[in-house]
Design a protein around this ligand. Structure first.
Ligand SMILES: NC(=O)c1ccc[n+]([C@@H]2O[C@H](COP(=O)([O-])OP(=O)(O)OC[C@H]3O[C@@H](n4cnc5c(N)ncnc54)[C@H](O)[C@@H]3O)[C@@H](O)[C@H]2O)c1
Length: 341
């Protein structure tokens, strides 16, 4: 089995590549990654696989890479909401156009399955006080340039299935956490701030709710979807919502990280909300549970502690990423936007 993993040098793609390598050592893995600020070659060095540095928007590169591929698992994307607010261009280019280029070449080369990795953010946001959850029938209502670009890519994937018969599957998953996540994202940012004696910038009162999933639960869900689709044609064309069933306010997550790091509330620095900050995400995973028997196995508090320890033990990995990059907080973001208009 020859599997092309796009974005395999980024956070989830890397965890997925390692997961596959361990579970299916005989699979031939090909990683195509542009190595943007979010991709790191060293993440997958030492693994027995083919690595190609390249852009999914570049038709010739994709054409060459797609030859002989059985399955595409498509992670490559611009993924940070705050960056999408300040610079949407790269999001439209990679997430929309890049997905289109991949679909065209997957079709041309007759791949057996194209699996698209997407997010619950395509559904917009739920009210803070409601008990509702997103599921496969929830209408799309993205709020940020990031989620709008991912929504567009989901629509393209479905269109290539319906119109051209490309065998596809899609997963829409909630917020991931775990090792090798870029220190600009909430959990690693807070952990690495505290390790380096900086306060943690909490938006608003930390009332926004996210549904956290440990990255290996997400990898296992993708594994189950792609293997089920190869065996059973009824799975092809389907979407699965994948959530960690761990809804926590950002304040709860922050307090837990502070506790694990032996710090008190004085380490919280309240900051403004980002523009269009989504109030609440929650995912109903009952379809994937019913159809494929998947459910989350990694408990949030236990694996948050392991994640904290991973960042403590692997400063070599994140230290230079953190020091060499300006962090754009919401107040700075708003000033920059006003200036650019
Ligand atoms: N992080 C989450 O919580 C989450 C949740 C649900 C879905 N997702 C989706 O999962 C996927 C991976 O997310 P992540 O958090 O690992 O992202 P990431 O930003 O950590 O990694 C993205 C990877 O894609 C590569 N890349 C970017 N543009 C490229 C291009 N034009 N050509 C080739 N490679 C390119 C980067 O170099 C990087 O290695 C994304 O599609 C994202 O939308 C993420």
């Amino acid at each position: 089995m020859k599997i092309l993993i796009t974005g395999g040098a980024g956070f989830i793609g890397l965890n997925f590549t390692r997961y596959l390598k361990e579970k299916y050592p005989r699979y031939h893995l090909v990683v195509l990654d542009k190595l943007t600020y979010a991709g790191h070659r060293e993440n997958i060095s030492g693994l027995d696989l083919e690595f190609l540095r390249g852009d999914i928007c570049h038709a010739k590169t994709v054409d060459k890479t797609m030859r002989g591929i059985d399955i595409v698992v498509h992670f490559a994307a611009e993924s940070h909401v705050d960056r999408s607010i300040l610079g949407p261009d790269a999001f439209i280019q990679t997430n929309v156009f890049g997905t289109y280029v991949l679909l065209q070449h997957a079709l041309k080369h007759g791949v057996k399955l194209f699996h698209h990795v997407s997010t619950d953010e395509v559904f917009g946001a739920l009210p803070l006080k409601s008990k509702h959850k997103f599921d496969e029938l929830t209408p799309y209502a993205p709020h940020s340039p990031y989620s709008a670009s991912k929504a567009a890519s989901d629509h393209l994937v479905r269109a290539w299935h319906e119109t051209y018969g490309l065998p596809v599957t899609i997963t829409n998953t909630s917020d991931n956490f775990g090792p090798y996540q870029d220190p600009e994202k909430l959990i690693p940012r807070f952990i690495t701030n505290l390790i380096t004696n900086r306060k943690v910038p909490l938006m608003g009162k930390g009332e926004n709710v996210r549904d956290w999933i440990y990255v290996l639960d997400h990898c296992r869900a993708i594994d189950m979807v792609i293997h089920a689709a190869l065996k059973d044609s009824k799975i092809v064309g389907q979407t699965f919502c994948v959530g960690g069933n761990s809804q926590r306010t950002n304040l709860q997550v922050t307090l837990e990280i502070l506790r694990l790091m032996g710090k008190d509330k004085s380490w919280i620095q309240p900051v403004e909300h980002r523009l269009g900050h989504d109030a609440r995400y929650a995912v109903d995973s009952s379809k994937i549970q019913r159809v494929l028997g998947w459910k989350p196995q990694y408990k949030f508090e236990k694996w948050l502690e392991k994640t904290v320890n991973w960042y403590k033990d692997n400063e070599w990995w994140w230290r230079s990423l953190k020091e060499n990059r300006p962090i754009i907080d919401p107040a700075v973001q708003k000033k920059l936007l006003v200036k650019s208009r």
